[in-house]
Design a protein around this ligand. Sequence first.
Ligand code: B4P
Length: 192
Amino acid sequence: MRLVLLGAPGSGKGTQAARLKEHLQVPHISTGDLLRAQVAAGSALGVQAKAIMDRGDLVSDDILLGMLENRFSRADTANGFILDGYPRNLVQAAALDGLLLRIGQPMDAAVQLDVDNELLIERIAGRARDQGRADDSPESVRKRLKVYDEQTAPVIEFYRQHGQLTVVDGVGSLDEVFTRIIEAIAPVREMG
Ligand code: B4P
């Protein structure tokens, strides 16, 4: 199963992807996690990315595509994957389409987790308290939501036009949202 999770910061992509990974037995590829690993390792890329991430902006498309190509070259993606945090703009959506076509692994489905802004801000504030992630400061969150509306929301339209989009209500307990995702992708899994 090749699945992409779409949704605003705090909509539950990372949270649900971790559960879907166990359920579908495919790797969870989070571009946010890949970038944070570079930051933690103190690589040149990580140093460059950290400042951009902390202020809530998007890291450059070239860096992201290189990172993704590298990740897809690993054998564990042969039976599918859950992609989380990518694509975040239309350039990335087209690049991903081209990459998956080249490796003969077209996307099966795109699931958008739908959550209103007030709740997103509340959830991220909770994570800021619990985990202290550098980009969960109020200013960065405001910026990330703005970037999402301007650059990432059009990606939803992209998948809708490709007939691959399913919108799932992302408000509810972790179990409730998980069950909705499983139900939403069931028809695609039956086909595959
Ligand atoms: P990400 O790591 O993708 O961060 P995110 O958008 O905040 O989502 P995340 O998956 O972590 O949070 P979730 O909604 O699960 O990106 C971070 C930064 O990296 C970006 O701002 C950008 O700078 C850079 N980046 C990443 N990808 C990029 C790309 N493709 N191009 C350019 N730059 C890129 O969870 C949030 C909180 O909500 C958690 O605390 C969770 O516990 C809680 N939660 C989730 N579901 C809940 C529920 N049902 N009920 C209650 N709480 C819930």
